[in-house]
Design a protein around this ligand. Structure first.
Ligand SMILES: Cc1cc2nc3c(=O)[nH]c(=O)nc-3n(C[C@H](O)[C@H](O)[C@H](O)COP(=O)(O)O)c2cc1C
Length: 320
């Protein structure tokens, strides 16, 4: 059964981990699942439809996931309907994800430029609709959703864009409450997402600036959405998906999860990969997250220089 139908029938809001390039990879998603249980949906980092169609090994590896991570939605980006439909078919046949999401919100020039993908599709709603129709025509037995923003420059663009996606057959839409031009500046506008929710029949998932359990409740209240999607609020903070565990949070628990994540990262990316794990350490040890830790500045600076698992273990040993 569609995970969305299941959730909606259960009358519980959908909680989702947002897709984040270079962050919501296999190791991080697995840590989130192990830490917080099965009450949320994982959206994996975006993958290039073109690279999938060309059977690029690295990209296909990015889409691979462990059974324990389910429900997992794989996100693809591209600017050409035929290629996106082919990519959707390939990843469905290879990995059987629980959903496929189309990126129509990424503002990064590498994506919006020559490829004319991501947020660029909001400037060409007809093309966006053609893309949804092409992927739906593959008749895959899973939901095909779209993740987008409020618009390219005007936050009210979504009021006409989202209905077009629905008419084209999208099974759901996640909306980041900012325009492309805003990037990450200002505050996400949850009120407009609430207006979209009233217009559409398909599930709407609200996204942007949700950093705590209280924010989840507040955002659901304001938007009336079917669920929320959490991005940066989950980085270094897989506990956000599990209110019960949050209460027992301690430095010991932090060190345990960081070590587990680091081991998975190392296993996945190879012996030299502790350098790329530093970006996760920066989130785990962000000032506002470890307020009560003594010597945090020194610890953080040491963490930002680690090269090996042994170095990480030594630092964590000291804080436990
Ligand atoms: C490091 C990073 C990478 C991201 N990569 C993607 C991506 O691959 N696909 C996508 O649709 N959005 C991507 N986003 C946007 C997030 O999914 C989300 O919409 C945005 O961060 C706002 O939500 P938040 O305030 O909860 O972080 C990315 C955001 C960040 C910070």
């Amino acid at each position: 059964m569609y995970f969305m139908t299941m959730w909606i029938k259960s009358k519980k809001p959908i909680i989702a981990l947002a897709p984040m390039a270079n962050m919501t990879d296999g190791p991080f998603c697995r840590v989130c699942r192990e830490t917080a249980g099965d009450n949320f949906v994982i959206f994996r980092e975006m993958a290039s439809a073109e690279a999938i169609v060309r059977h690029n090994e690295k990209t296909l590896q990015m889409c691979n996931f462990a059974e324990i991570e389910r429900p997992v939605v794989l996100q693809i980006f591209g600017g050409e309907a035929g290629r996106l439909a082919m990519a959707a078919r390939i990843i469905y046949d290879k990995f059987s994800p629980d959903g496929i999401d189309i990126n129509m919100g990424c503002p990064v020039p590498k994506i919006t430029g020559k490829t004319a993908a991501g947020a660029t599709l909001m400037k060409d709603p007809e093309k966006a609709a053609v893309i949804v129709r092409a992927i739906k025509a593959e008749n895959l037995p899973i939901p095909i959703t779209v993740k987008t923003r409020l618009g390219w420059s005007d936050p009210r663009e979504i009021l006409s864009f989202a209905p077009l996606l629905e008419q084209a057959g999208a099974d759901g839409v996640s909306i980041h409450g900012r325009t492309k031009m805003q990037g990450y500046a200002g505050k996400a506008d949850w009120k407009i997402i609430g207006i979209v929710k009233k217009i559409l029949k398909i599930p709407v998932i609200a996204n942007g600036d949700i950093g705590s359990r209280e924010d989840i409740e507040h955002c659901l209240q304001i938007t009336g959405a079917d669920g929320v999607m959490i991005g940066r609020g989950a980085l270094g903070n897989p506990w956000i998906f599990s209110s019960a565990r949050l209460k027992h949070f301690s430095l010991d628990e932090l060190a345990r999860v960081v070590l587990r994540h680091a081991h998975l990262h190392l296993e996945h990316y190879g012996p030299k990969s502790m350098v790329t794990f530093r970006k996760h350490l920066a989130w785990y040890f962000r000032g506002d997250r470890v307020k009560n830790m003594s010597g945090i500045k020194k610890t953080r600076s040491a963490l930002m220089q680690i090269n090996t698992m042994e170095e990480l273990e030594n630092i964590l040993q000291k804080i436990r």
